[in-house]
Ligand binder design. Sequence first.
Ligand code: ARG
Length: 408
Amino acid sequence: MAEEKDKVVLAYSGGLDTSVCIKWLQEEKGLDVIAVTAEVGQEHKSLEEVRQKALRTGAIEAYVVDMRQEFADEFLTRAIAANALYENKYPLLSALSRPLISRHLVEIAHKHGAKYVAHGCTGKGNDQVRFETSILALDPSLTILAPVREWSFHTRPEEMEWAAAHGVEVPTTKDTPYSIDDNLWGRAIECGVLEDPWNEPPEDIYTMTVAPEKAPDKPEYVEVSFEKGVPCAIDGQKKSFLDIISDMNAIAGRNGFGRLDMVENRLVGVKSRECYEQPAALALIEAHKALEDLCLERELLHYKLGVEHEWATRIYYGQWYSPLKQALDAFMAATQQFLTGTIRLKFYKGNCDVVGRKSEYSLYSYELATYDRGDTFDHAAAKGFIDLYALPTKVWAESRRNAGEELR
Ligand code: ARG
């Protein structure tokens, strides 16, 4: 009887790279391959077709795992709480999905007694770091294989030639020149003409958003309600967060809102030009911030801005399962307790403006803010307040003046 082979669980997208991975892991490493395809809300014709392709390519077992609910409820709720934007811009779509996919890879490895886990990331990106850091945290006894980092094809044609020679289906339709990753939280597009940061992104890279100039000439208003920081209704209609994300992707997208074109700093040290479209993510974060402006006490709000920056950086750097990130989550959760209320958004030709806000926990006081009759603010107290507030600077400035310096 033939000796039983060791098993490897591979994160399988159905593209050329991960298809070649299946064969390569079999032939070069002598492993039985179990393919796992994550349903995270990406665009696709049929994931069952992707599963069949894995089996045709030689996988002994292939799964499609629907992770959308967990993605929304465990990952994106936290991203919203943190208003998570890497480098103040990018709402982290790929970075958020990797720890979740990793968790499923590890679970399936345990189920099948696999010693190996593999992914199809290159050696140049962030995603390899995120997968491997997560897997090592979840089960350090697993050995991680990264075929794309190891194999010796230098170009796509070389890879296609190997594929054809080894019976891997090679895409027949003209391949997209871009590298794309997408899920519920949006789409990331890189490579091709985008590698020259001077080139304007061609219109055809976008699929979730229309061009702002082609968006309707009439504004569209939407009310988003939150409960303890999590979106819970649209226009007064209760919905799951998952459904709200889909709705917001459609609404914001048809109004041309949610595109980003940026140069970002990868963890591996490279600056890269990335285009994103994240209509729901950006609109919901905008609304969530507006509710925090209304409901969070000033010192907490200011302090939170720094914690948000730290949170987004941890996630971008692949540290979802780190103790720092967990502690930051606890802080975020504490800030969201009274974040219940409704925000009115106005979409118009690529813009998303907050035009209304209300909450039973609002800290906005008309009596304190108004310049009209009914003002309860103690104007007389302002004088003493400013005297003491300015005191340290006044004392210092006086001493510089005595030393003959002019204050500028
Ligand atoms: N630059 C983004 C990030 O690091 C997007 C990565 C997209 N990944 C991809 N395989 N195209 O999160």
